[in-house]
Ligand binder design. Structure first.
Ligand code: C2E
Ligand code: MG
Ligand code: MG
Length: 670
């Protein structure tokens, strides 16, 4: 508001105001010099008139002096009155300005009495919150405040009403006329001592949108965008706090670390949208398995974590939750109108009272790692020896890389016996690792590491070459015997290797072994891992002329329908079926069914792990054709095989002898 040019009223700007104040001061303290000069002039005139006895002139001079003095006094009175009127006008202008400001302000101004009764509320209340001032004035402020915020609000007012208080601020939720809650920010000033106000003045600002944005930003900073679960930062923080609480109330804290087993395959084959959908469904399943106070987080990729507070020492509860989660993940996921499976491997770590949150998370991660290594889709609880186990595993892997070139791998051969004649029809190749420091290591302890690292491809190639060479050597050296088959175990990783066919053909060629003397063994889970491709590879292997066997039959998959799809020749009945087979008809029922199934499909049946005569008798009676086990022989070093074959080999007739030649040699002979 600028002062209007030529405006004669009270100056409105601060500059105008100060000029006016100077003028007023001038009126209050008029300069005395002109007055002294005029008075002296009159005095000289009067003195001259009296000296010359001009009494008329003296009277006129005195009269004029009196009139001047009176005029001067009148002028001064008028100026003072003008200044007073101006001051009244400025005050009125100020009041109008403040009223307008209050009227149109987006902030709400409320005057509260000493308690919490609303004495005055500015008209902004109808614009901002939809209430009419008259409906609000006279009522208690708490009627409009969210029940959860009433106590802090009253505390704020009490603080503001203290004589020594300065401006204080607080936030609470205020109900608008529509019934919804608005977030408001309040500043209070104590004007109880000001006569014109007599109350606590609260300036209220609607910050609903600002707070909502702040909350959104905060949520983003601590949550995973895709699943809405806590992120790593929030999870680690909650674990730390839980550990603090646990140390006070002598409870345990459990962390579950969860990794999806086949997520990468699904993501790669069905696309990222399907992968995201799986993660979201997984997050929902996780939430459904937890109590309200538990925290579920996505740590990144397909890794999730769960925090359980207030657990007992045994960790029983954490184990139950983990199993509930594992079961939930075992169900198929619906993706793009197709079903996909992605089980979960879970590691559990339970606080001992001394570790930091990071340690607990790392221990759970380690247990999960071992759950994966031990076959996936399982739950492992952390134990202190796991650290060593992992380190040992890494050491072993480092050494295994050099095992072939340092000539540390050895082969043993276990005879496969014709149960009718108890003579040897084949030999299963079993690899061993003679470690320079640890001694002999069984395949169960290094084959999984070799598979995991991919080293199995090179090891498998080495086994094939040596097994074929040995078999050829024994066939040549013992021409009076029927040629034995040599069986080589293949792992899933080898089946997926593009050079497998070449490796097999090469091993046969280099050794000069008859193709049907080689049998390749695969476990059920290997066959089913990628069944369409597997059928293609197996068909190509069959086309080479080698034979195929299903190893450990009955342990992998319950569906038998796949048996028709794979071009296999041999069914090896797992030793778990054989173990109790001599315990009566009930105990042998399963083995009997498997033997019958193999025979009905026209497959050779081989019972693994026959350790006793009783087992042998039953299996033979059930119609199983071949067997293998400690009853006949433990796996033999190559140097002992010749002697064993000489004793237990199958005698060849003259016509059989010709068939011992390799296909190449047979061609040459014709
Ligand atoms: P598998 O192919 O089922 O081999 C049979 C396992 O049963 C061998 O264990 C053998 O020593 C054992 N066994 C034989 N007769 C009996 C018996 O009467 N009683 C009992 N309790 N066990 C018996 P091994 O040599 O420790 O081999 C374990 C597994 O390691 C093999 O199971 C096979 O899956 C794997 N494996 C061995 N060599 C190789 C290989 O060169 N390549 C691959 N990929 N895997 C191999
Ligand atoms: Mg085998
Ligand atoms: Mg087996």
């Amino acid at each position: 508001m600028n002062a209007t040019p030529g405006h004669t009223g009270a100056p409105r700007t601060s500059v105008g105001r100060s000029r006016w104040r100077t003028a007023l001061r001038a009126v209050r303290r008029p300069s005395v010099l002109p007055r002294v000069a005029v008075s002296l002039g009159f005095a000289v005139l009067l003195q001259q008139a009296i000296a010359s006895h001009a009494w008329n002139l003296a009277l006129i001079t005195f009269g004029t002096f009196l009139l001047s003095v009176m005029n001067l006094l009148r002028q001064q009175v008028l100026t003072r009155e003008g200044a007073r009127l101006n001051s009244i006008r400025v005050k009125a202008d100020n009041e109008t300005r403040f009223r307008t400001l209050v009227q149109y302000s987006t902030d709400l101004i409320t005057i509260i009495d000493g308690a919490d009764t609303i004495r005055y509320v500015s008209p902004a209340i109808s614009r901002v919150f939809g209430h009419e001032p008259l409906d609000v004035e006279g009522r208690a402020l708490r009627e409009f405040v969210h029940p959860d915020d009433v106590v802090p609000m009253l505390g704020f007012l009490t603080e503001a009403a203290k004589p020594s208080s300065r401006a204080t601020t607080s936030q609470w939720r205020l109900r608008n006329a529509g019934g919804s809650w608005c977030r408001v920010e309040n500043v209070a000033v104590n004007l109880l001592g000001d006569e014109s106000v007599c109350g606590v003045v609260i300036t209220t600002r609607d910050v609903t949108h600002r707070v909502a944005l702040e909350e959104q930003l905060l949520h983003r900073a601590f949550h995973d965008e895709l699943t809405g679960l806590a992120n790593r930062a929030l999870f680690t923080n909650r674990v730390e706090q839980a550990l603090l609480r646990a140390s006070r109330d002598a409870h345990r804290t459990a962390v579950l670390f969860l990794d999806l087993d086949d997520f990468k395959e699904i993501n790669d084959s069905l696309g990222h949208a399907a992968g995201d959908s799986l993660l979201m469904q997984g997050a929902d399943r996780l939430r459904a398995c937890l109590r309200a106070g538990d925290t579920a987080a996505r740590l990144g990729g397909d890794e999730f974590a769960v925090l359980l507070e207030g657990c007992e020492d045994s960790g029983e509860e954490a184990m139950q939750v983990a199993e509930r989660i594992a079961n939930a993940f075992a169900r198929p996921f619906e993706l793009d109108e197709r079903e996909a499976f992605s089980t979960a491997s879970i590691g559990i770590a339970i606080s001992s009272g001394s570790e930091a949150g990071e340690d607990l998370l790392r221990n759970a991660d380690l247990a999960m790692y071992l759950a994966k290594k031990r076959g996936k889709a399982r739950v492992e609880r952390f134990a202190s020896h796991m650290h060593e186990e992992v380190v040992e595993r890494l050491d072993l892997l480092a050494d295994l890389r050099y095992a072939i070139e340092r000539d540390e791998l050895q082969l043993e051969y276990q005879p496969i016996v014709d149960l009718e004649t108890r003579t040897v029809s084949g030999l299963e190749t079993l690899v061993r690792w003679d470690h320079p420091r640890r001694g002999r290591i069984a395949p169960a302890d290094f084959i999984p590491i070799a598979e995991q690292s991919g080293l199995i491809v090179a090891i498998g190639r080495w086994v094939l070459l040596h097994a074929c060479a040995h078999a050829r050597h024994w066939s040549r050296s013992l021409p009076e015997l029927l040629p034995v088959t040599v069986t080589v175990n293949l792992s899933a990783r080898q089946l997926g290797d593009e050079h497998l066919l070449d490796d097999v053909a090469n091993a046969l060629r280099v050794a000069g072994l008859r193709r049907d003397q080689l049998v390749l063994e695969l476990t059920e889970s290997t066959l089913l891992a990628n069944s369409e491709e597997t059928v293609g590879i197996l068909t190509s292997l069959k086309a080479l002329g080698v034979r195929l066997a299903i190893d450990d039959f009955g342990t992998g998959y319950s569906s038998l329908s796949y048996l028709h799809r794979f071009p296999v020749d041999v069914l090896k009945i797992d030793k778990s079926f054989v173990a109790g087979v001599h315990g009566g008809p009930g105990a042998s029922a399963l083995a009997s069914a498997v033997v019958a199934l193999g025979n009905s499909l026209g497959l050779r049946t081989v019972a693994e792990g026959i350790e006793s005569e009783a087992q042998f008798e039953v299996l033979h009676a059930l119609g199983c054709k071949f067997g293998q086990g400690y009853l006949f022989s433990h796996p033999l070093p190559p140097g002992d095989v010749m002697a064993y074959l000489t004793l237990h080999g199958q005698r060849a007739s003259v016509s059989d002898a010709r068939s011992q030649l390799t296909p190449l040699q047979q061609d040459d002979a014709m």
